[in-house]
Each structure stands twice: as C-alpha cells, then as structure tokens.
Design a protein around this ligand. Sequence first.
Ligand SMILES: Cc1ncc(COP(=O)(O)O)c(C=O)c1O
Length: 385
Amino acid sequence: MSDPIYYGKQQIDQDDVQAVVDALNSPFLTQGPQVAQFEQALANYVGSTHAIACSNGTAALHLACLSLGVISGDIVWTSAISFVASANCALYCGASISFIDIDANTGNISVAALTKKLQQAKQIGSLPKVIVVVHLAGNSCDMQEIFKLCHPLGINIIEDACHALGASYQGKKIGNCQYSDCCVFSFHPVKSITSAEGGMITTNDPNTAKRLKQLASHGITKEPSELQQAEQPSWYYEQQHLGYNYRLSDLHAALGLSQLAKIDFFIERRKQIFQNYQSALTVSNLTLLEQNIEGESAHHLVVVLIPNNKRDVVYQGLADKKIHCQLHYMPIYRQPYHRISDAAINTFSGAEQYFANALSLPVYPDLSDQQQQRVIRSLLEIMNE
Ligand SMILES: Cc1ncc(COP(=O)(O)O)c(C=O)c1O
C-alpha cells in the first residue's frame, strides 16, 4: 500500500538541523542574536521598516490588535473564512468580532460585501476600530480597494498573512504594509517556512514597533531612550504596560532564519505544483480558487471547488486512499463558540457557497511529481464514480 500523503508539511534539511544545533551550543537559548537576525532578514525580505518576532501567529495577531489600541467595547471585523485565530485576537482584547462575507471564487473578503457592511455600520454608528484581512491560501486580498474604503473612516488594517509569506501584490511582497498598519505571519510547520512554532509582525510605524516589542516581553523595556526614570544603573528596566511572554526563542529563530534562506525555492516549487493541478483539473471542469491578477500567490493551499455536494464524498474517498486533504475553513461563525443565528448565517452567501465546495489538496515543496499524479488520478476517479 502507498505511503500516506498529507495536505501540508515542512521540509527540513541538514542546514536547518545544523542551524539549531549551533544555536543550542551558543551562550543564548533565547533573546540572543538569532532573534534579531531573523527579524532583520524578514523585514529585508518583505520590505518593511520593522519586524517583531513572537511565539506564534496567534500571539502576533493579539499583539497587533493591542498595539493598535483595541480594548473592551471596540468592534473588530474579519473574514468569515479563516482560522479562528483571526477572530479570537479581538476577543482577547475584550472587543467584539463581526464577520465580513467573502467572494466564493477567491475565498477572500468581498469588496462589495465590505462596502455594504461599512455603509450599514456608518448609519448606525457601529464602525469597527480594526479590520483583520486574511490572504487566504496565500493569495492577496484587494488591498488597495480595502484601504480606500477603510482609511478615510479611520479604520486600522491588520493583514493576517499567516498563509502569505512569499506572496506579492502589485509587484511588492506582502508584509511591506503599504496598505495596512501591521502584517502578521505564522511559521507553523505547514506554512511557507517554519520555525516549529513562531510568528512575526511587520510594520512601518516606529511607535507601533516599539509598543509591539514591549508587549511581546511583559511590557518591559531596558532601552535607555524609552525609560521614564532617567540616569539609572545598567541593570535597570521598567514595566510600562501590561504585556505578555510572547517571545520567540533563539532556537526557533535559528530554524526560521535557515528556512528563510530557502523561501524562493519553496514558493517556486509550490507554484509548479499549483500549475500541475491547474492544467490537470481544469480540463476535467474542476475549478481552483481564482488568483488575484494583481498578485503572485505563495500557494500555501491549493483549494479545489467540488460542485454538486460531492466535497465530503471526495474527501472521504481520498482519505480511504491515504490522501489526507482538509477543509480550510468552516466559516468561523459556525464554530460553536462563535455561532450566530441561522437567519444571520443566510446573509453570508459567499462564505456558505465556499464552505459547501472547498477542499485543500496536498501542496508542499517535498511533494513528488509521482505523489501529485496519485492525488490527481484518485481525485478524478472519485469524481467520475
Ligand atoms: C489564517 C491564519 N491565521 C492565524 C493563524 C495562527 O497561527 P499560529 O498557528 O502560528 O498561531 C493561522 C495558523 O494556522 C492561520 O492559518
């Protein structure tokens, strides 16, 4: 029987192993030079002024909300189709969350739905403080349009780019924050690069960067220029905010840094795999999610849209052949914790249509051509049964 194939997984080589071993043998296991080097390398790669490392993408989203001043009583909006962390970050701050419908062909926030929701919110005085936009599957949202709608209303934008390290929009890397206040990445093993667990926030605003850095480490600073009490001995530090221990360790940063050196190769291989699926599946009348014509996806996920209520049959048929696909995602508002009324669910036509049809196929740099052919053959066989 063939080996199992999963929808995503990391690719670790001997250089990665050596980088972690070197960090283990160094004087610092945490808060050493690897973290600062990883931050600088990532900022250089995406073209942002600042990058702040933290323990995972969820912590990064929480910190991003805190740094923009989200507090109890505020309203935050996010995409109906995302991982739950895109919504939970607002709740951690005591704010409430509300969902924006998506375009079922792209999986990303629908600009038309956002326009309508903003008009309604303006009328009743319930505009959000922050919008968390999600580049689903690594494919950019229409950032310029979203910015044009939100900026004049004073709404801050956080990009949840946990799927999108290596993607670009209008010829520039996602993470450069041209149309946002902060951009958040995750280095979970299935993502573009991994640090096992890990996250990063990019921003071009020095004050936001300073606040993020402090909040990720208990709200503490040791920076002489930031201290409230001047002329202190060098052991002195101050806690100026209620922060968290959301720091990344040097071990994780060493792995992340080593992986970042290979990102172009990883994204190129993902693109080849995407293109193979595209040519094999579109001739069989199966559609993949539409790509933003102003962008280049990171191809974190390859989502095929399976018509005629056959998605779960296909999922199970593939699982029986040891091909383990996944649904990214059930709408967040259908999770028991976030559940909204059936009447409210009916207003999310895009998210509901996507939810009925979407299935993420295996894509990761290590997926061999033979394995991909096995996935395609199996999928088409099940579709024709
Ligand atoms: C869209 C999105 N946002 C946030 C997260 C949270 O990232 P992490 O797992 O690093 O906390 C994920 C991770 O799966 C994600 O896919």
